[in-house]
Design a protein around this ligand. Structure first.
Ligand code: SF4
Length: 96
């Protein structure tokens, strides 16, 4: 095999390490796999409680869960499946 094309152990470990850091923080919730986008939550100052009448359930970015009270997602929090309908962040925008 051409030595230039043969990946070294160091290269393999670098790629593996990078791949692991791309995996969001995951937790098991019942039978479903749930994930939290901690970086986005921090940067958008997400909280699990409403800000007055402003909350995720009446935000245009909210992706509802299976029931009105179930956790859902957010269009601007990639991979996060634990957004509370009663939550809030600084990106809140009223549903049209
Ligand atoms: S943008 Fe913020 S307020 Fe709106 S659904 Fe997403 S997390 Fe909730």
């Amino acid at each position: 095999m051409n030595e230039e094309l043969k990946p070294s152990r160091r290269q393999f470990l670098k790629i593996g390490g990078a791949a692991i850091t791309m995996i969001p923080i995951m937790s098991m919730s019942g039978n479903a796999v749930a994930a939290v986008n901690a970086a986005m939550r921090t940067s958008m100052k997400y909280q699990d409680k409403p800000n007055g009448a402003k909350h995720c359930a009446n935000c245009m970015h909210f992706v509802p869960g299976k029931t009105p009270k179930a956790l859902g997602g957010c269009q601007i929090f990639p991979g996060d499946t634990e957004i509370s309908p009663n939550g809030f962040c600084i990106a809140w925008a009223a549903k049209p």
